[in-house]
Ligand binder design. Structure first.
Ligand code: F2R
Ligand code: MG
Ligand code: MG
Length: 313
């Protein structure tokens, strides 16, 4: 199936802006046990601007680096992350990346620093939360996507579970980007595609667990079964489930993701990326889009990635 340029352009932009919306809507509730969709809407409605956090800031950095390097370049990515962090250190970064930036600035090669952060490297969700640009740009080549997602993760999140989480999230965005528009959404086929991509272990087990969850999910049960925490394996499956629970509505998918509680900005961001990649930027409600900080820049980054992909064919 060949997708039209307009559909793809809208999906590339949707994945980036979707990340920003999910992040900004979820940020006020990060760490909360559970939150109702009504409260999320009410808080967003009262805000003049929807401001994003590290999830989107690092997504922007990844997109900028892919564009500047015309593809993936690990050294450029680290430099971009560091330069962006210096400009906006207040974005609520996890503990690992700022420590890594300090080590690199003091002369430690990033590859060594990333392995020193935690035993075996970090398995936090920081490399999965920023994976949307990889998902859209490599949506039609999953082997390259896996390679790039792993190498992108290694710059900050070197643990095997960090790398696999980033690859799985990028794969979910990629599968969503490549779906036929207007056709009925096939949940089983989507899950099978993801399971085939995930190696044996915790991600495969959680994807299998998703199949057994009810279609009318109660949030406590889902958070208990899949997790809602800061580790990649406790948040990427929850984001995938949130998308699958509401594949035809960006708003419902993202509100559901945040309502799970825990790492709400990040589960919201990753759900927003998958849903935005499938439904396109037009499906993101204006009441949120119009308030999102730097929304036009994120939209442009998505569109420029789409243009670059067309040129490189
Ligand atoms: N930082 C936050 N939230 C804290 C509150 C922010 C507040 N709202 C504010 O504005 O100040 N959120 C962001 O951090 C998460 C992404 O974190 P990242 O980049 O993965 O960090 P890190 O340090 O690499 O990993 C996170 C934690 O995971 C555990 N961990 C990781 N690897 C481990 C290992 N090998 N062994 C044991 N534990 C490991 C540690 O507890 C790390 O601290 C996102 O939620 C983003 O929104
Ligand atoms: Mg955050
Ligand atoms: Mg978070």
């Amino acid at each position: 199936m060949t997708l039209s340029g307009e559909v793809l352009k809208s999906r590339f932009a949707g994945a980036l802006v979707g990340t920003g919306i999910g992040d900004a809507l979820g940020a006020p509730f990060e760490g909360r046990r559970m939150v109702s969709p009504e409260e999320i809407e009410a808080v967003a409605g009262r805000r003049e601007a929807l401001t994003y956090t590290d999830d989107t800031h690092m997504t922007i950095g990844l997109a900028e680096s892919l564009l500047r390097s015309r593809g993936f370049d690990a050294d450029d990515l680290v430099q971009t992350f560091m330069a962006n962090y210096d400009l906006e250190p207040y974005r609520g970064y996890g503990p690992g990346p700022p420590r890594l930036f300090r080590l690199v600035r003091a002369g430690t090669p990033w590859r060594k620093a990333a392995l020193e952060l935690y035993r075996g490297g970090s398995y936090g969700n920081g490399s999965a939360m920023r994976a949307a640009p990889i998902g859209v740009f490599y949506y039609d080549d999953l082997e390259t996507l896996r390679d790039v997602a792993w190498r992108s993760s290694e710059t900050t999140h070197a643990h095997r579970l960090g790398r696999e989480g980033a690859a799985l999230q990028a794969c979910a965005v990629a599968l969503a980007t490549g779906l036929e528009p207007g056709a009925a959404f096939d949940r089983d086929a989507f899950l099978s595609g993801l399971s085939g991509f995930a190696p044996e272990g915790i991600y495969r087990e959680k994807l299998d667990g998703i199949r057994g969850l009810p279609t009318e999910p109660d949030t406590a049960g889902v958070a208990g079964e899949l997790g809602n925490g800061i580790e990649a394996f406790n948040s990427v499956p929850a984001a995938i489930f949130s998308f699958l629970a509401h594949p035809d509505s960006f708003a419902q998918a993202v509100l559901y993701a945040i309502s799970l509680g825990g790492d709400t900005d990040t589960i919201g961001a990753m759900t927003g990326a998958i849903s935005g990649a499938y439904l396109g930027i037009g499906a993101i409600p204006d009441r949120w889009k119009n308030k999102l900080e730097n929304r036009h820049y994120m939209e442009q980054l998505g569109e420029r990635l789409w243009e670059m992909k067309g040129q490189d064919r």
